[in-house]
Design a binder for this molecule. Structure first.
Ligand code: NAD
Length: 473
């Protein structure tokens, strides 16, 4: 069974605090040599990642299949091609990102000039997660390299095939004096966290996010936390229902079977509209995955037995069990749960309190769609919020009044693919952001530099502070 495979494959070699110290020393020596600062080094490493993805595409897709039975096309679109795009974008703009940016100066410093210099932070730690284990490991690594840092990547042990492939490929393709992978679980991550990093970039859940921030605080290490949350979709009735339903399905079951940080967690719509929406979702699911989605090859499985049982217990809670209006099939041996829709699940159920992170989609109903705002605001700030409406005022109100890491009007998940938008959370969904230039900035220190010449040395600045000088102030 998969659960047995998980155990065997997560057995890791010993990596303790001492070994972490040796690794840190080695990388710091390389960083201090200055090699990561050069444009050539950054370019060549990012180019090597692009080559690696190109040459090892099949192995990567195979590992993703092993870890999640991720469909080949989904793996290609959401992991392979997005990693390639990040490389391409970084290579295209690297020179201009590295350029100092001129800044204005006040008359009080006249004559002078000023600039903002982006300098690398040093040796950074990237701790990644299992749901998009390839993209979410390499995307921040690309940012860290672009910004000129040495990097340690710790992929998630919950996606063991991708973790070991990353370890193997990075050793083969990248400069090992500056870029390394440490595989492992809690013990290995804890050993890494004992050391002083120049930045920690963590993707995962909020519980571990707190552990990371706590460990970082001891060394005053800045953190970026890419967490999750319950991402709502508010669905008005004045919409193109068929298109909206397809897009909601794309943002739930086509997204790693709901195991995605920006997947739709729950829907809010009006009592009146809910039956039509449910029909449209059911039709769409059957159109995409057939009459029996459990047989479909186009949908991922649940990652492991722990998460399978977690999702099953959300469904089995007494107050929830009678609320299924579509789906509900599960198969523990294959770790599969079918697309499942629930109607009017109580707000105090576990399903409405915790991030679902799986194929269960509860629909909450309200009398008037505007009441949906209060439902969203009563919960922690999500990583993404979606609204489907044709009403301009509703769009504006949603953007102005709902707080979320990011939002998308009339679609789902595509905000992630727009590299000119920052990607990150707010409040409980995290802190800091990346993607495109924001990734470069996330791993840079913005150093303010003021240049003066020896001309124009004003006396008024210096004691003695005579009455005459004071009149100049
Ligand atoms: P996970 O269990 O894979 O944990 C993430 C990382 O934390 C792993 O590398 C793991 O080894 C490490 N870790 C686990 N326990 C630890 C401990 N006690 N001490 C130190 N390190 C530890 O991931 P997860 O938490 O199951 O991931 C799911 C969560 O991630 C969801 O909440 C999801 O929304 C969020 N997520 C966010 C994003 C984003 O970009 N914001 C992307 C994907 C997932």
């Amino acid at each position: 069974s998969y659960s047995k495979m998980d155990k065997e494959e997560t057995k890791q070699r010993k990596f303790d605090v001492k070994e972490g110290g040796l690794l840190m020393k080695e990388l710091r020596t390389s960083f201090n040599s200055g090699k990561t600062k050069s444009y050539e080094w950054r370019k060549s490493q990012i180019q090597s990642i692009a080559t690696m993805v190109e040459e090892k595409e099949n192995e990567i897709i195979e590992a993703l299949y092993k870890d999640l039975s991720k469909p080949k096309t989904e793996a290609f679109v959401s992991e392979i091609s997005m990693t390639k795009s990040s490389c391409k974008l970084a290579l295209k703009h690297l020179k201009s990102w590295m350029m100092p940016v001129k800044a204005k100066t006040p008359w009080t410093t006249y004559p002078s000039s000023a600039e903002i210099v982006s300098e690398p932070l040093g040796v950074v730690l990237i701790i990644s997660t299992w749901n998009y284990p390839f993209l979410l490991s390499l995307d921040p690594v690309i940012g860290a390299i672009a910004a000129g840092n040495a990097v340690v990547l710790k992929p998630s042990e919950i996606a063991p095939a991708t973790s070991s492939l990353l370890a193997k490929l990075i050793l083969e393709y990248l400069d090992k004096s500056t870029i390394r992978v440490v595989e492992g679980a809690v013990a290995e991550t804890s050993a890494l966290l004992e050391h002083k990093w120049d930045k920690i970039f963590y993707t995962g859940g909020a519980r571990v996010g707190r552990i990371i921030m706590d460990a970082a605080a001891k060394h005053l290490t800045p953190v970026i936390l890419e967490l999750g949350g319950k991402c709502p979709a508010l669905v008005d009735s004045n919409i193109n229902l068929q298109v909206a339903a397809r897009r909601i399905i794309a943002g739930k079951w086509v997204c790693n079977n709901g195991q995605a940080c920006i997947a739709v967690d729950y829907i809010i719509t009006t009592k009146q509209f809910a039956p039509m929406l449910i029909d449209a979702l059911r039709n769409g699911v059957e159109e995409f995955f057939g009459k029996d989605p459990m047989e479909s090859k186009d949908i991922s499985r649940i990652v492991n037995l722990f998460h399978f049982n977690r999702l099953a217990s959300l469904l089995d809670e007494d107050k929830v069990s009678g609320k299924i209006v579509y789906g509900g099939q599960r198969d523990e041996n294959q770790l599969k749960i079918g697309p499942t829709i629930l109607l009017d699940v109580p707000e105090d159920s576990l399903m409405m309190k915790e991030e679902i992170f799986g194929p269960l989609l509860p629909i909450l109903t309200v009398e008037r769609i505007e009441e949906g705002f209060d439902v969203i605001k009563s919960k922690s700030k999500p990583l993404a919020a979606y609204v489907f409406t044709d009403d301009e005022k509703m769009k504006k109100d949603f953007v102005q009044n709902v707080s979320a890491g990011g939002m998308l009007v009339n679609d789902t998940v595509l905000q992630l693919t727009v590299s000119s938008l920052p990607f990150g959370g707010v409040g409980d969904s995290g802190m800091g952001a990346y993607h495109g230039k924001f990734s470069f900035d996330a791993f840079s220190h913005k150093k303010g530099v003021l240049y003066r010449s020896f001309d124009g040395d004003a006396n008024a600045r210096y004691p003695p502070y005579t009455p005459q000088k004071q009149t100049l102030l």
